[in-house]
Design a protein around this ligand. Structure first.
Ligand SMILES: [Zn+2]
Length: 221
C-alpha cells in the first residue's frame, strides 16, 4: 500500500485559494467483481482533510478501478462540500438573507468552480428573475422585468446593458453550443449580489424608521 502523504495541497472554500491541508483520515472502500474470468477491483478512497490556515474540514472522494490505465490518471476528485472559488460576500452572513437567494447563489458558486459556466449563467438569470419577482412583481418577460428594475432605480442603465449582453449571450449559448466565459458570469453575479444587498439594506432602512419615530420629534425641535 502507498504511503499516505500527511499534507496535500487542495482548494479551501474559506481561504478562497489552494492551501496546505493535513490528511486527518483516509478510508478505502473496495469491491471485487468477476469479469470475463478475472477479478476486477473497484472502489473509492475517502480522505478527510483540514486546512492548515483556517482549519476548515472537507472530505475528498476519489473513485478508482484496477483496470484503469495508469497513464490516464484517476478520475477527478469529488469534494464534500463542493469546492467554490468565488467567495460569498461577507454581508450574507451578517444579514437575514432569504433562503431563495442564498441557495441559488451557492449553486452558482459551485457551478463556477466546476467550470460549468452555462449552468452558472442560468443560475444568475434565475437570481435576477427572483429579484424582479420580489421587487417589481411578475413581468411578461425577462426584458420587461429588467426595464422595470431600471424604472424603479433598482438597476442602473449601465448594469442593464451588461446584464442584457451577458444573459443574451448566455441564452444564445444554451442553444448554439457557445460557452460564456467565467468572467462574464462573474460580472453578472457582481451585479446580482449588489442588487440583493441593496434590497436588504432598503428593508433595514424601513425597519430602522419603524423603530425610531418616538425620538424623532424631540430631535427635530
Ligand atoms: Zn482554509
Amino acid at each position: 500500500m502507498n504511503t499516505v502523504p500527511m499534507v496535500i495541497w487542495s482548494h479551501c472554500n474559506e481561504c478562497g485559494r489552494e492551501t496546505k491541508h493535513d490528511v486527518v483520515h483516509k478510508a478505502r472502500r473496495v469491491r471485487t467483481y468477476d469479469y470475463e474470468q478475472h477479478s476486477v477491483d473497484a472502489g473509492s478512497t475517502w480522505t478527510v482533510i483540514q486546512c492548515r490556515g483556517c482549519e476548515e474540514v472537507a472530505m475528498q472522494r476519489i473513485e478508482w478501478c484496477s483496470e484503469y490505465d495508469p497513464q490516464e490518471g484517476s478520475d477527478p476528485a469529488t469534494y464534500f462540500p463542493p469546492r467554490i472559488s468565488r467567495r460569498k460576500p461577507a454581508w450574507i452572513d451578517r444579514h437575514d438573507v432569504d433562503d431563495e437567494y442564498v441557495e441559488l447563489l451557492n449553486e452558482v458558486y459551485v457551478a463556477l468552480h466546476a467550470n460549468s459556466a452555462r449552468l452558472a449563467m442560468m443560475g444568475a438569470r434565475a437570481l435576477i428573475d427572483a429579484v424582479i419577482r420580489r421587487s417589481v412583481g411578475d413581468q411578461d418577460n425577462f426584458g420587461k422585468g429588467l426595464d422595470a428594475l431600471v424604472k424603479k432605480d433598482l438597476m442602473s442603465e449601465r448594469d442593464l446593458e451588461i446584464v442584457k449582453a451577458a444573459i443574451d449571450a448566455g441564452h444564445a449559448s444554451a442553444h448554439r453550443g457557445h460557452k460564456p466565459s467565467s468572467n462574464d458570469v462573474n460580472v453578472v453575479i457582481d451585479i446580482v449580489e449588489r442588487m440583493i444587498h441593496a434590497e436588504i439594506l432598503a428593508e433595514q432602512v424601513k425597519d430602522l424608521k419603524k423603530t425610531t419615530p418616538q425620538r424623532m420629534p424631540r430631535a427635530a425641535k
